[in-house]
Design a protein around this ligand. Structure first.
Ligand code: ZN
Length: 501
């Protein structure tokens, strides 16, 4: 058994090497690669993805998993070896259903579509992307059909990102949340908007960068095992547990733009940096689901990074960094500015209260596209119609409409968005659980200290990587299933105070 387990680990390490070499190519593609590198890069990434897929779906791995079943069954459920075999089997069964040629075609198509999007979005040219997006929809449907027996065609795609969730279960949770969010948004937006002009002064990029990096260092993001670079659409990526990188972008006339994105991506990265090093180069060495991942980015960005206590401590430092811009701005004005609630067009810049409405629009549109009740050619207009209906505003163009998010142009249609709102809900659950054990956390945050919160998250969430599923983690930490109440209580508490509701 020992020899078989070792052989499995060695094979998985080779797969992991290929996947992370590919991740490095993807990171380079979106940070430093000159445009001329695009055609070859698409091919190179497709080749590596194909090799990784071939190695992972090698029948020898299936044989090892079969041989190791008695050993797995002799172990407790929460043993690392049992988890490795269990999670590998789940991934193996999923991957062996997808032909290697399909994986190569999909990856090459996505790389080319992403490159077109980087040019088409600034040019506001949806028409140019339409054929590519039609092919993406076609390939997304084909991918789902490798998993027959689903209730909804989106189910297999949702399951890739948020294992254990389905279109129906996500819809049910979203409907509950929507019912409570819409009146909250109405009550807040009925009041005069917060004045956020203090954020729109001129903030030199270098100082923004230095301030953001100083904050995430204090959070516990480890720069010896990470770095930050510039890109179009910020993301976190990992090449090993010793190299977990983040990216950001700047607007000199918008102080919150880079800062909160940096806190967000650092939250993702701290999750990965917190994984047990013994899981390195195995399927356990990654966050367990899109939703749990997003719960961590949103915890550090919002629950911590937009809290009153946090800025009681850090605002004087920010004022020292930008004395001309913020010297005359009281803390309360700044706090209200960074928590301004408004019906806006861009998801990534949306406030905590309206954010989930943006996500629900995209989730619904993905389901409609996959069902065939919505055609790609009608997507830009339907996007505008939904924004008008749900948020009461319409974008002036497609650049800030259907072209704004990278997801459909750099990935599949389906499974891409539900994780954001699941993440918000889960952030509320986990934070409430942390406070139950450590009621001193908010007081520590107000002193610029994060070790108790970070430590609790490492112990209860981060270290496990993918050992437990999202639902298992939630059950272990909260003693019950996913529920929206702690998140809604957090929103009501914070915004009730801000807007005297
Ligand atoms: Zn995120």
């Amino acid at each position: 058994m020992e020899a078989k387990l070792q052989e499995l680990k060695t094979r998985l390490m080779e797969v992991d090497d290929l996947e992370h070499a590919n991740a490095l190519l993807a990171w380079d593609q979106t940070t430093y690669m000159p445009p001329g590198g695009a055609p070859a890069r698409g091919r190179q990434m497709a080749t590596l993805a194909r090799l990784a897929h071939e190695k992972f779906t090698d029948p020898a791995i299936g044989k090892l998993l079969d041989d190791l079943r008695p050993y797995e069954e002799s172990l407790p459920y929460d043993s690392d070896d049992a988890a490795l075999i269990r999670v590998t089997r789940r991934e193996y069964e999923r991957n062996t259903r997808i032909p290697s040629a399909f994986v190569a075609e999909l990856n090459e198509h996505i790389a080319a579509t992403y490159q077109s999007w980087t040019e088409a979005r600034p040019a506001n040219d949806f028409a140019r992307l339409r054929p590519a997006l039609e092919k993406t929809l076609d390939l997304s449907r084909k991918l789902a059909d490798f998993f027959p027996g689903y209730e909804h065609i989106a189910d297999p795609l949702i399951d890739f990102a948020d294992y254990g969730m389905k279109a129906a279960s996500v819809r049910a949770v979203f409907a509950q949340l929507r019912e409570q969010l819409v009146p909250l948004v109405q009550a807040i937006t009925a009041q005069p908007p917060a004045d956020d002009s203090c954020l729109r002064r001129s903030y030199p990029e270098d100082q923004q960068l230095a301030f953001g990096e100083a904050i995430i260092k204090r959070f516990g993001y480890d720069f010896n095992r990470g770095r930050q670079d510039k890109t179009h659409h910020p993301f976190m990526t990992k090449f090993s547990l010793g190299d977990v990188r983040i990216t950001t972008r700047f607007k000199e006339d918008d102080l919150g733009y880079a800062l909160f994105s940096t806190l967000h991506e650092a939250g993702h990265a701290m999750y990965e940096q917190g994984i047990n090093m013994a899981y390195e180069a195995s399927p356990l060495a990654g966050g367990t689901s899109a939703g749990v991942h997003e719960s961590q980015s949103r915890t550090w960005e919002n629950i911590v990074g937009r809290s009153r206590g946090f800025w009681q401590h850090f605002y004087p430092e920010l004022q020292k960094t930008f004395p001309d811009q913020l010297g005359d701005v009281p803390l309360e004005t700044f706090y209200r500015a960074i928590n301004k609630v408004e019906r806006s067009l861009i998801r990534t810049e949306a406030d905590e209260v309206t954010y989930n409405l943006h996500v629900m629009i995209r989730f619904d549109l993905e389901l409609q596209l996959l069902e065939g009740s919505l055609e790609i050619r009608d997507l830009p207009q339907v996007w505008h119609d939904r924004y008008q209906a749900d948020l009461g505003i319409t974008a002036p163009d497609d650049r800030d409409g259907v072209l704004q998010d990278v997801h459909w142009y750099g990935g599949l249609i389906g499974g891409a968005f539900q994780g954001y709102t699941l993440g918000n809900i889960i952030s509320g659950l986990f934070y409430e659980a942390a406070l139950k054990v450590h009621p001193e956390i908010p007081g520590e945050i107000a002193q610029g200290r994060f070790d108790t919160l970070h430590g609790w998250l490492k112990t209860n969430i981060y270290q496990y990587g993918s050992k437990f599923t999202a639902n298992e983690l939630i059950e272990r930490v909260t003693g019950g299933p996913l529920r929206i109440e702690p998140y809604m209580a957090y929103l009501r508490g914070k915004y009730g105070e801000l807007y005297a509701l």
